[in-house]
Design a protein around this ligand. Structure first.
Ligand code: ADE
Length: 231
């Protein structure tokens, strides 16, 4: 089954953006996942194609109207998707997106819909009725959900079977490296390539020797040191 992602946005021209490049872009071209982009504005009922309105209670900014967002979500659902999709709204008030969430989304057995907000946000009622989960990519406020949607999809799609060439590169990098003793997640160890000495800095000797057990031990130590420094 091909992984199906649908983006609902006011800025459809922002896609595929970075998702059209590198491994994720190649996977898109090769049909390992499919991307559909829906312009929320196409679901505005009036001739001015109005999508937002002023907030109840006052304050700055505009709020996306619930009936427009609902029509976009439900229109996509009814016309294009056979199975009920999993709907995620990208917003700063959501649960912080992690590698575990990427794994969970990559394992979905239904289409994934990512709803991007703009202005001050989306009327809360449509989030209650039509959205399964709210995800934030970090504790800062972006001007819209598009960058966040690309982050979430990039992290998710690269975990799909066949997207990364070597299976091993999945298990040996940041957030997928597990400490064999504590079972805790470690960040990545440092990487080097030729030349052996660059601007006076030498590649650690252990990596230049061919002792794989020693190399594995050194990498684990380095990953532990880096992880400890972060916390
Ligand atoms: N939209 C605005 N800010 C965001 C954030 N931090 N994460 C996800 N979506 C957002």
């Amino acid at each position: 089954m091909t992984f199906q992602a649908t983006i609902l946005t006011l800025f459809p021209e922002a896609f595929p953006g970075l998702l059209g490049h590198s491994v994720v872009g190649r996977a898109l071209q090769n049909g390992l996942w499919a991307l559909k982009v829906v312009n929320i504005r196409d679901y505005a009922p009036d001739k001015h194609r109005t999508v937002d309105d002023t907030p109840y209670g006052g304050g700055a900014g505009m709020v996306l109207k619930p009936e427009v967002v609902a029509a976009a979500l439900r229109g996509t659902r009814n016309q294009e998707l056979e199975t009920k999709p999993y709907v995620v709204y990208l917003g700063p008030a959501g649960k912080r997106f992690t590698q575990a969430d990427a794994r969970r989304l990559a394992a979905l057995q239904c289409p994934l819909v990512l709803l991007c907000g703009h202005y001050e946000g989306i009327d809360e009622r449509v989030l209650e009725t039509d959205v399964d989960e709210v995800l934030s990519i970090g504790d800062y406020v972006l001007s819209g959900g598009e960058v966040a949607a690309q982050v979430v999809l990039d992290a998710t799609v690269r975990l799909l079977p066949g997207v990364l060439g070597a299976e091993s590169s999945l298990h040996e990098e940041s957030f997928d490296l597990i400490d064999p003793e504590t079972k805790k997640t470690l960040v990545e160890y440092p990487h080097y390539t030729r030349p052996a000495v660059w601007e006076g800095q030498a590649v650690p000797a252990v990596l230049q020797g061919g002792n794989h057990a020693e190399i594995a031990k050194w990498r684990l130590e380095q990953a532990r040191l880096r992880t400890a420094k972060l916390k």
